[in-house]
Write a protein that binds this ligand. Structure first.
Ligand code: ADP
Length: 502
C-alpha cells in the first residue's frame, strides 16, 4: 500500500494532490527548484527536497533528480500532476525500474496516446470516430496538397507530438499549405523534438467536449460524463463547464461509450480524458487522449461527487474501482475559470511579480484551487496560472451568477490578472445563453475587452460587493451599528445585478 507520495510538480496542482494525500493519511513529499523555495507546495508538504535551478529542464523535468529525491525520501509512489513529466513514457518506465509506483497509466498507453497519429489509429480500430484525415504521417508538401484537396479545405495541419496548441496550423487556401507545413514542423521540432505531421479536416463551428475516464487494473473502465471546454484563446482553454449546454442525454450516452472504448483500446488504467471535437450537427470525432489529470478536473469532481486524485491513488494501489457506471449521476452545474497572471490589455502577456494583496472568494458553492499568498513572487519560469476558481450550483444560471459574484469578490494586486476578462465572459449574452463554440472569444472580442461598454456598469457592482463585504465585517466587529445602510446597498446591488442579465 502506498504510504508516501512524492509530487513531481509545483503550483496549485501540487497542493491539490497533497490535500487528498493528507485526507488519506498518506505522507507527501514536495520537490522544488531555486525559484520555488518559498512556494506553497513546499510549505504544505510533509517533507520537501530541493531538486535544482529554476529552469524546468534542470529541475521539474529532470528525471534523475526526481528519482533521487523519491529514493532519498523513501517515497513509494510519484504523482506527476499535469504538464512536466506527467505524459512522459520514459519517466513512467524509470519509476517502474526503480521500484516506485507511477500514479498514472502504463508507459505503453502513454506512448500510444502521446502520439496523435498512433492514438488515431488505436481508437479508430475500436470503432471510435476520428476526425477525417491522414492515417499516417505526411512525408512531403506535394503529398500534403493532394491530401488536403481530397479531404477538402479548410484543413488543420498538426504535429503528431503536439500539445498545448503548439505545432497546429489552420489552412484555408491551397497556396498556404507549404508554409503551414514548414511552420508546424519547425514549431514541433523545437517544442517536442519530433517533426512528424498529419492532416485533419477542419471542423466548422467546433465544440471541444471531453469525457473523464477512470479505469482500474482489472479491466473496469467507466466515464464520469463530459466537460465543455470550448471557451478557448489560441486553442487554450479559459473557462470550462459541466454539463455541456450542447449535450443531449442520447449524445452523452453515445460519446461516453466511445470514450470508454477509446480508453480500452490501449488497456488504459488510471484517470484520463478523451477529447472530442463536435460540430453543430452533433457529429463528434476523437481528437486526442490526455493520459493524466486535467487542469479542469474539479468541475467533474463537484458535479459527480468523486475525488479524482483519491481514485488515481487507489487505482495505483491495485484496488478495484468501487464506482459503477449506472450509479454515477451529474448533480447540478459547475464552472471553472482559470485565473492567470497576465495582462489582457497587452495581448495577454504574462505578468509575473509579487502579490501585494489577495482576497480569495469564499462562500457557498465556491472552490478556489490556488497557491499564491501575499508577498509571494510569481516566478517567470513557469506557467503563469495563479489559480482556478470553481463554482457549483443547482442550475447553470445560478452557477453563472455565483461565478460572477465570486469573480467580483476576487481581488489581486501586484500583478495583472485575467479576472476582469473572465467577468466579461460571464456577462456576455452568448455565454449566458450557452450559445458558443471555440470561436466565442474571437467573436465577442470587442465586448470582452471593453470594460466601459458594459451595459450595466459592472464596476459599480464590483465596488458595491466590496462595500457590502466591508459592512459585513464592521457589523461583526460592532454588532450595535444601526441597521439600514447594508439593506439599502443590497437593494441597489440586486437592481444592478438584474440589469446585468442581458
Ligand atoms: P493540443 O494537443 O495542442 O491541445 P488538440 O488537438 O487537443 O491540440 O486541439 C486543441 C484545440 O484546437 C481544440 O480544442 C480545438 O479548438 C482546435 N482544433 C483541433 N483540431 C481541430 C479540427 N480538426 N477542427 C477544428 N478545430 C480543431
Amino acid at each position: 500500500m502506498i504510504e508516501k507520495i512524492l509530487v513531481a510538480n509545483r503550483g496549485e496542482i501540487a497542493v491539490r494532490v497533497m490535500r487528498s494525500c493528507r485526507e488519506m493519511g498518506i505522507y507527501s513529499v514536495a520537490v522544488y527548484s531555486d525559484a520555488d523555495r518559498k512556494a506553497m507546495h513546499v510549505r504544505y508538504a510533509d517533507e520537501a527536497i530541493h531538486i535544482g535551478p529554476a529552469p524546468s529542464s534542470e529541475s521539474y523535468l529532470n528525471i534523475d533528480r526526481i528519482i533521487a529525491a523519491a529514493k532519498q525520501s523513501h517515497a513509494d509512489a510519484i504523482h506527476p500532476g499535469y504538464g512536466f513529466l506527467s505524459e512522459n513514457a520514459h519517466f513512467a518506465e524509470r519509476c517502474a525500474e526503480e521500484g516506485i509506483v507511477f500514479i498514472g497509466p502504463s508507459p505503453e498507453a502513454i506512448r500510444v496516446m502521446g502520439d496523435k497519429i498512433s492514438a488515431r489509429q488505436a481508437v479508430a480500430k475500436h470503432g471510435v470516430p476520428v476526425v477525417p484525415g491522414t492515417d499516417g504521417p505526411v512525408h512531403d508538401e506535394e503529398e500534403a496538397i493532394r491530401i488536403a484537396e481530397t479531404i477538402g479545405l479548410p484543413v488543420m495541419i498538426k504535429a503528431s507530438a503536439g500539445g498545448g496548441g503548439k505545432g497546429m496550423r489552420l489552412v484555408r487556401h491551397r497556396d498556404e499549405i507549404k508554409d503551414a507545413i514548414r511552420a508546424a514542423r519547425s514549431e514541433a521540432k523545437a517544442a517536442f523534438g519530433d517533426d512528424a505531421i498529419f492532416i485533419e479536416k477542419y471542423i466548422d463551428s467546433p465544440h471541444h467536449i471531453e469525457f473523464q475516464i477512470l479505469a482500474d487494473k482489472h479491466g473496469n473502465t467507466l466515464h464520469l460524463f463530459e466537460r465543455e471546454c470550448s471557451v478557448q484563446r489560441r486553442h487554450q482553454k479559459v473557462v470550462e463547464e459541466t454539463p455541456s449546454p450542447l449535450m443531449t442525454p442520447q449524445l452523452r450516452m453515445e460519446m461516453g461509450e466511445k470514450a470508454v472504448m477509446a480508453a480500452r483500446s490501449v488497456q488504459y488504467y488510471g484517470a484520463g480524458t478523451i477529447e472530442f471535437i463536435v460540430d453543430d450537427n452533433l457529429n463528434y470525432y476523437f481528437l486526442e487522449m490526455n493520459t493524466r489529470l486535467q487542469v479542469e478536473h474539479p468541475i467533474t469532481e463537484r458535479v459527480v461527487g468523486v475525488d479524482l486524485v483519491k481514485q488515481q491513488i487507489s487505482i495505483a494501489n491495485g484496488e478495484v474501482l468501487k464506482l459503477k457506471q449506472n450509479d454515477l449521476k451529474q448533480n447540478g452545474h459547475a464552472i471553472e475559470c482559470r485565473i492567470y497572471a497576465e495582462d489582457p490589455d497587452n495581448n495577454f502577456m504574462p505578468s509575473p511579480g509579487i502579490i501585494q494583496h489577495i482576497t480569495e472568494p469564499l462562500g457557498l458553492g465556491v472552490r478556489h484551487d490556488g497557491y499564491v499568498y501575499e508577498g509571494y513572487e510569481i516566478p517567470i519560469y513557469y506557467d503563469p496560472m495563479i489559480s482556478k476558481l470553481i463554482v457549483w450550483a443547482g442550475s447553470r444560471q445560478e452557477a453563472i451568477d455565483r461565478m460572477r459574484r465570486a469573480l467580483y469578490a476576487y481581488k489581486i494586486t501586484g500583478v495583472k490578472t485575467s479576472i476582469r476578462f473572465l467577468k466579461r465572459i460571464m456577462e456576455s449574452r452568448d455565454f449566458i445563453e450557452g450559445n458558443y463554440n471555440t470561436h466565442f472569444i474571437e467573436k465577442n472580442y470587442g465586448f470582452l475587452m471593453k470594460q466601459q461598454e458594459c451595459p450595466s456598469d459592472c464596476e459599480d457592482v464590483a465596488i458595491m460587493t466590496v462595500l457590502i463585504d466591508h459592512l459585513d465585517r464592521m457589523e461583526q466587529a460592532q454588532p450595535t451599528r444601526p441597521e439600514g445602510q447594508r439593506g439599502n446597498l443590497w437593494k441597489e446591488y440586486g437592481r444592478r445585478r438584474s440589469l446585468m442579465r442581458l
